[in-house]
Design a protein around this ligand. Sequence first.
Ligand SMILES: Cc1ncc(C[n+]2csc(CCOP(=O)(O)OP(=O)(O)O)c2C)c(N)n1
Ligand SMILES: [Mg+2]
Length: 333
Amino acid sequence: MAIAHPTGSTALPLGHDELLHCYRKMRTIREFEERLHVDFARGDIPGFVHLYAGEEATGVGVIHHLGDGDRIASTHRGHGHCIAKGVDVVAMMKEIYGRKGGACNGKGGSMHIADLSKGMLGANGIVGAGAPLVCGAALAAKFRGKGEVGITFFGDGASNQGTVLESMNLAAAWDLPMIFVIENNGYAEATSRYYATAVDSYVDRAAGFGIPGVTVDGIDFFAVHEAAGEVIRRAREGGGPSVLECKVVRFYGHFEGDAQTYRAPGELEDIRLNRDCLKLFTARVTEAGVIAQAELDAIDREVAALIEDAVQQAKAAPLPTEADLTTDVYVSY
Ligand SMILES: Cc1ncc(C[n+]2csc(CCOP(=O)(O)OP(=O)(O)O)c2C)c(N)n1
Ligand SMILES: [Mg+2]
């Protein structure tokens, strides 16, 4: 059931402008996260925050193939998916700061950022809850018949949840245009995936549901982009669901404040030095001579200014009031 991959091709699949666009997205996620890390430690941010930093190549590599009509569901680690899907960064920052004008008017926080106009169904504090939502979105897409797809992102821990496994069965039985993207970072909170999961390959397990899949190095933007392009094309053309397992690393703790005592000695230093998807991307595009380092540096400066501005706007925005408790409760059609 494995889908053939990778080609090992050295040619870059995207042109100069699109590569810069993808770099900007990944850099925006990294900068956003690094700023949250600092501001959370300072006590500026209420609630819980789970950082996506380190996993940027997977979110951007997959979502670059999507339009607003394609729906995604995210996880508790959702900022990267939101940014990749085009959710406004200032509205996200206000949301995380719990302010009016946030993506959910400051009433959702980090784990509930959603923007239906962008096809972003929401981050989600319930592990494994995105998959059944996307079964619904993919069923609707199938009926609409416009070639739209639904994508559910979830972790190695979530892959053991009944909701995910039931959704795989449903997606296969109904032949849904749906992709299950497993972001396998090796941990569910502090639990190693080897402690909690018997099979080596999540793709092998999906075969039991009749769903084909492929495993890629999730820190390699180009590997993710190529494999995602293939499974998304299949889904758009009526080929049904697929699983895409991306092996990733997370640069921070499970949540902000996590002491990470379960990590091996030197593990964090090693992944930051040798498994940084932004460094890999930079090396690939500059060595290919398609993009100059100075162009990337210019983007870094623009993104830093964007995030600084987002934080200042978030801090200046008012908190929700008591009266806001009763708004946004029901959807108006
Ligand atoms: C249904 C449910 N069970 C347990 C939790 C507590 N919890 C939050 S995140 C998490 C680990 C998820 O691990 P994984 O799916 O690998 O995602 P990662 O955090 O590694 O991105 C757990 C157990 C929860 N939020 N929801
Ligand atoms: Mg995990």
